[in-house]
Design a protein around this ligand. Structure first.
Ligand code: PLP
Length: 320
């Protein structure tokens, strides 16, 4: 794993139970007086330190770099900044190298949740410029229940779990060896052809724009992951779309949906200033390395049929 992560020292890789635990270990274990997190972080970052300060984002979901600089400069206590590499709802990629430079200039630590970017963008902690990087195996085709926090530069970490001296005393408990082996096998696998996936995704979005002038792709103007698309069908609740598309054999999700049963207003879209009615009608469409043109056509047929049905119903209701 250390070799795959850009030849970091093996002791830099702390195996944990997943992205959630790695994020907690980074934010709490570094013990910084100030913790700053972006407004679009995954809940496992947002809720790790309740008193964390929030770094605002612009309309495309990208961290406001001036605001970050100002926030850091306004209070000189030791700080940790946590900004994700790519967002799980919109796929929007953050300018991590610029963020790293600002954080460093202000003498703070930089943690980057790279859970969504791994396997699609460079994995190396060095390339990201972060002091701490979170990874989760199940996002790159590995098993669930295993992840890692990569810690560079000999940063001291207080363990969240105390007991045995495993993982250089930074995470007690017998290591999950089968999980680690599966994680490493997934990380060593050849990177899939994501240019092909990006072309499929772009074609899907273009087709939707032609069919439905009022449809909105959130974060469309930003640099995004090749496989993620957050699409609003205004006036139709996301949950209705999820159920209708499911009946047509298409699986999409409403909002973050990393966990089952969680459907609520998206903090990511709210932070981007997206109107609540648009956010409530946004679904997340995720492609994979094996997605085919036939599957995209299938999705588009189902989406278009639903769109036309809902528009006819709305017109009928207006006429009545
Ligand atoms: N961070 C991001 C960006 C995620 O999308 C997820 C979702 O799975 C997590 C963290 C949590 O990872 P895990 O499910 O491995 O705890």
């Amino acid at each position: 794993m250390a070799a795959l992560l850009g030849d970091v020292d093996p002791s830099a890789v702390i195996f944990v139970s997943g992205g959630t635990e790695a994020n907690h270990l980074a934010l709490i274990g570094t013990g910084r007086e100030r913790v700053l997190v972006s407004a679009v972080e995954h809940d496992s970052v947002r809720h790790a330190v309740p008193a964390a300060e929030i770094i605002p984002v612009g309309p495309e979901g990208i961290v406001d770099l001036d605001a970050l600089d100002r926030l850091l400069g306004a209070d000189l206590r030791p700080a940790l900044v946590s900004v994700m590499y790519a967002n799980n709802e919109t796929g929007v990629i953050q300018p991590v190298a610029e963020i790293a430079a600002i954080v460093r200039r202000n003498g703070a630590l930089f943690h980057c949740d790279a859970v969504q970017a791994a396997g699609k963008l460079a994995l190396e902690a060095g390339a990201i410029g972060a002091d701490l990087v979170t990874l989760s195996a199940h996002k790159i085709g590995g098993p669930t229940g295993i992840g890692a926090l990569v810690v560079t530069g000999g940063i001291e970490l207080a363990p969240l779990l105390r007991g045995g001296g495993q993982e250089h005393r930074r995470r007690a408990g017998t290591e999950n060896l089968p999980g680690i082996a599966g994680f490493a096998a997934a990380a060593a696998a050849e990177i899939a052809d994501y240019e092909r996936v990006a072309a499929l995704r772009d074609g899907l979005e273009a087709e939707i724009a032609m069919t439905a002038r009022d449809a909105v792709v959130l974060g469309a103007a930003a640099n995004r992951l090749p496989n993620t698309s957050a699409i609003a069908m205004p006036g139709v609740a996301a949950e209705t779309q999820v159920v209708a598309l499911d009946l047509d054999g298409v699986m999409v999700s409403a909002g973050a949906a990393c966990s089952s049963g969680k459907v609520g207003p998206s903090h990511v879209l709210a932070a981007m200033g997206v109107a609540p009615e648009i956010a409530a009608s946004t679904i997340r469409v995720s492609l994979g390395w094996s997605s085919s043109e036939a599957e995209i056509d299938h999705f588009l047929r189902a989406w278009t049929a639903l769109y036309r049905r809902c528009r006819r119903l709305a017109e009928g209701a207006r006429a009545a």
